[in-house]
Design a protein around this ligand. Structure first.
Ligand SMILES: C[S@@+](CC[C@H](N)C(=O)[O-])C[C@H]1O[C@@H](n2cnc3c(N)ncnc32)[C@H](O)[C@@H]1O
Length: 279
């Protein structure tokens, strides 16, 4: 069932403690996506960057290292719990070139042309109106400034998600999501997000597929904990199963994902789409 915009935000507010709890693993798992975004947006020392839907702090925290003391990054997210989680980490790291703002992507409380770059990692697929969010990001970047997005390719290229969905489908019915419903795979189709950037009047729009490994030293059991806590829809579905059914599901999933845990360490092949454009 398609979630309303309020339900989407509430789901992320509830997910925030888990994204904070699993921060080290998440940072490492998605580091190749962060690197690709930074490269695609050509973020350099001295830039002023806005991260939209920055969640518990990525890619903002990594970008703060790249832009250095002469640059700055503003980490924004619609969920205040996410923003607070990001702020806590930056305090811990004693970062001085990063600030935080709770706001929706389609209402960025910043003056036009106030940033060199705008990025969003795995966020745009959850915006109620992605075109409005993209247009806002273009509004706040300077002329010739870049915007860049990372979204997932289809589940078939992403067993990190696909194995769980497939195992779960044997235990609980999951109606297919509509192509424009907010969700991880909303922009999985090649050209779809790039088309929206063009519609928003970005120029020099580019799309590339990023193939990488989700490589993190976690066991299958740790992977299951991380997956079952990070995703609100998964948490919700698991609440509907008895403990016995969950145990059986986990046994099935372990068997189905055996090849992704060589030496008891997670290594999933993964594919994202990196889309960028200029003002
Ligand atoms: C999958 S998480 C990605 C977080 C972070 N960028 C990362 O890659 O770790 C998606 C984020 O989008 C945020 N989000 C959802 N809808 C949003 C909106 N309309 N405006 C701004 N942020 C939004 C959520 O609160 C959540 O933190």
């Amino acid at each position: 069932m398609t979630q309303s915009p309020d339900e989407v935000v509430n789901a992320w507010r509830e997910s925030a403690p888990y994204w904070e709890k699993h921060r080290p693993a998440i940072r490492r798992m998605f580091a190749p996506i962060t690197r690709a975004l930074i490269e695609e947006a050509a973020i350099c020392e001295g830039h002023r960057v806005i991260d939209v839907a920055g969640g518990a702090g990525e890619p903002s925290l990594t970008i703060s290292e790249i832009v250095g003391a002469r640059g700055s990054v503003v980490c924004t997210d619609i969920a205040s719990e996410m923003v607070e989680a990001a702020r806590r980490e930056s305090k811990k790291l004693q970062l001085t070139n990063i600030s935080f703002q709770q706001c929706a992507a389609d209402q960025l409380p910043f003056e036009s042309e106030s940033f060199d770059r705008a990025v969003s990692r795995l966020g745009v697929m959850f915006f109620p109106d992605p075109l409005a969010g993209i247009s806002e990001m273009l509004r706040v970047v300077k002329p010739a400034g870049s915007i860049a997005f990372a979204v997932w390719r289809d589940r078939q290229f992403n067993p990190f998600f696909g194995t769980v969905t497939e195992a779960l489908s044997r235990y609980i019915e999951s109606p297919p999501e509509g192509p424009d419903s907010p969700g991880a795979f909303r922009f999985a189709e090649s050209g779809k997000l790039a088309g929206l950037l063009t519609q928003a009047r970005a120029v020099d729009v580019k799309e590339r597929i990023l193939k990488f490994q989700i490589d993190t030293p976690v066991s299958f059991e740790e992977f299951w904990l991380l997956r079952s806590e990070m995703s609100e829809s998964l948490r919700d579905k698991l609440k509907q199963l008895s403990e016995d059914r969950i145990r059986a599901l986990v046994i099935d999933l372990k068997e189905a994902s055996r090849s992704y845990f060589p030496n008891d360490q997670m290594s999933f092949p993964a594919e994202a789409i990196i889309v960028s454009g200029k003002k």
